[in-house]
Design a protein around this ligand. Structure first.
Ligand code: NAD
Ligand code: UFG
Length: 342
């Protein structure tokens, strides 16, 4: 099956591409490099010994997208492309609504026009559940109003896709990711955001290699066992595998399918920090800081649906994620050191 992967050079898209290629899928990537680097293609090629075809343009550009559909005739799209930083979305709401909604409209229009493409996987998020009434969060937990524009785009897009799927004969998997962490076990791919990381794991990675002095733990007075926020951290390679399983599900002509991708286990900020220290035999300096606006006590995924309907179970542990993340961070430091010397 030929799959168009939008945002395929980003964090989750690049890892998913390696798993797709290694499972015999033919992959075409479109990415505008707004949050990724073209070197990621080399890493994908080193890992898979295949270089996927890459188109550099904005998915919102319908003319270019149409030409790509005509030329490549993908049978499926995995739509990762979009902006994802919660804080930035509060500062630049229009930029977030525009990119995330328009890129999805463009993909849906192409699927309406090109009937050879009947399968769509969309990257949604546990953020659609908002402040949970109870955990674990299952697919039938209520969708709440989001506390930020980024989350609001995911809720809106889910609804748009659901309405579209009612009138168009397509198969769609809406995957609600919990918190992806870790890196490719080779150390060649991972998450290395520009500037100060927003998320816990890339921040930990930077503290671990001395690029940042200490971790700020946002709040220790949450209603959780150790007072710090609890999340469901899933290794990015497990998340990547979930996309292959979702494509297999779509091949069965399943119509609309909504599914969580998480581990079903919550880990606190201090729990993750300790796991990172033990996995890598290092010490992470930290201090307790005030709560971050909009954060919740805890969330973790109900995993029954993913297990029963996709056959999804996680292969990697948090310790694996901590080792892989640290390995990637060291690798990328060495690469940037060499580049700076040239
Ligand atoms: P990322 O920023 O690493 O990857 C997104 C990629 O899309 C980047 O390479 C970027 O250059 C590209 N892109 C953005 N807008 C584009 C456009 N208009 N045209 C072409 N390319 C464009 O993010 P990620 O962590 O890999 O996330 C992928 C998807 O998963 C996003 O939709 C995100 O909202 C969703 N998601 C991520 C998380 C997370 O914690 N990482 C959690 C839940 C959902
Ligand atoms: N945290 C810290 N210090 C930091 C960063 C985070 O203590 O420097 C804490 C947060 O307060 C929270 C936990 O670590 O308790 C996780 O925070 P992240 O920012 O890593 O992740 P979030 O759960 O806030 O959100 C992430 C993505 C969202 C996605 C959501 C899905 O950013 O886009 O996971 O559950 F929707």
């Amino acid at each position: 099956m030929k799959v168009l992967v939008t945002g395929g050079l980003g964090y989750i898209g690049s890892h998913t591409t390696t798993v797709l290629l290694q499972n015999g899928f033919d992959v075409v990537i479109v990415d505008n490099l707004s949050n990724s680097k073209v070197d990621v293609l080399d890493s994908i090629e080193s890992i898979c010994k295949i270089r996927p075809k890459f188109f550099e343009f904005d998915v919102q550009d319908k003319e270019k997208l149409d030409a790509l559909f005509e030329e490549e005739k993908p049978e499926a799209v995995i739509h990762f492309a979009g902006f994802k930083a919660v804080g930035e979305s509060c500062q630049k709401p229009l930029m977030y609504y525009e990119n995330n909604l328009n890129s999805t409209f463009a993909i849906l229009e192409m699927m309406q026009k090109h009937k050879f493409c009947r399968n769509l996987v969309f990257s949604s998020s546990a953020t659609v559940y908002g402040v949970p009434d109870s955990v674990p969060l299952t697919e039938s937990s209520p969708i709440k109003d989001a506390t930020n524009p980024y989350g609001q785009t995911k809720i809106m897009i889910e609804k748009i896709i659901q309405d579209f799927a009612k009138v168009e004969d397509i198969n769609v998997a809406i995957l609600r990711y919990f918190n992806p962490i870790g890196a490719h076990p080779t150390g060649l791919l991972g998450e290395d955001p520009n500037g100060l990381p927003n998320n816990l794991f890339p921040y930990l990675n930077k503290v671990a290699v001395g690029a940042l002095p200490k971790l700020n733990v946002f709040g220790d007075d949450y209603n959780t066992p150790d007072g710090t926020g609890v999340r469901d951290y899933i290794h990015v390679m497990d998340l990547a595998k979930g996309h292959v399983l979702a494509l297999n599900k779509l091949k069965e002509n399943c119509g609309l399918f909504v599914c969580n991708l998480g581990t079903g286990k919550g880990t606190s900020v201090l729990g993750l920090l300790k796991a990172y220290e033990e996995a890598n035999n290092i010490e992470i300096p930290y201090s307790i800081a005030p709560r971050r606006d909009g954060d919740i006590d805890e969330n973790y995924a109900g995993t029954e649906k993913a297990k029963n309907e996709l056959g999804f179970v996680c292969d990697y542990s948090i310790v694996d994620a901590c080792k892989d993340g640290y390995r990637f961070q060291i690798y990328s430091q060495i690469v940037s050191h060499i580049k700076n010397q040239k």
